[in-house]
Every structure is written in C-alpha cells, then in structure tokens.
Design a protein. Structure first.
Length: 122
C-alpha cells in the first residue's frame, strides 16, 4: 500500500489524567502515516486524486487543541477515527507523543501508536 507521511505536527492540548494537565495543558507531537492508492495521482499529477495535507494537519491540530481526555490512548484513537473518515484513506498509523509527561524522576516521553484500516471494527 502506498503511504503519505506527515511528521512532527506539534500541538498544545489539554489531555492528561491529572487535573492540572487538563487545566494548564502541555505539548504533544503527532506523526501520521496514511495508506492509500497513489497510482492515479502518480500517473496524472492531479491534486484531486490525493489527500489534502493541510486538511490532515488541521484535523489533528483541532482534535488535540479542543478535546480533553484523561488518557492519551483515547486522544490518539480519536485522531485515527477522524482520519479514517477522509476520502481515499484506507489505513492510518498515528504516533502521538506526550513530550513532557508530569512523572517524577522521568525525563523521557510517552508515545502511543495506533494502526487501523478502514474496515477495522475496533
């Protein structure tokens, strides 16, 4: 399957288990891989035969910025579900990274990855 990758979509959002995470917010980074058939656009150079990258970025940013969930797994799933609704998209892989989780004595990052196809029931 052909793929389009959009990397490092940075957004400030309000998802987190702790109350201060939903009040103060934090930075997230999202990588998206879309699986779709690119044969027609590759042969015709017709922009209408592919997906609008700006729409993908705007969708991700809108969900991260405006929705509040306790868990990043839920936030990632909402992004996946929204992207699967876009025309021509057959598969979505979303990697969402919580850049600075408020965990004592931990300086790393937390990343959730969800991969779904358009015929997935979950």
């Amino acid at each position: 399957m052909d793929q389009i990758r959009i990397q490092r979509i940075r957004c400030y959002g309000y998802t987190g288990y702790l109350p201060e995470e939903q009040t103060l917010g934090q930075w997230f980074e999202v990588n998206v891989t879309l699986g779709l058939d690119l044969r027609i656009v590759g042969a015709t150079d017709d922009i209408a035969a592919t997906i609008d990258y700006r729409q993908v970025i705007a969708t991700v940013q809108d969900i991260v910025k405006t929705r509040k969930f306790a868990l990043v797994e839920r936030l990632t799933g909402e992004i996946v579900n929204a992207l699967l609704q876009m025309p021509r998209v057959e598969q979505v892989n979303v990697q969402l990274t919580k850049l600075a989780p408020p965990i004592p004595d931990f300086g790393g990052q937390i990343q959730i990855e969800i991969i779904r196809t358009s015929n997935s029931n979950s």
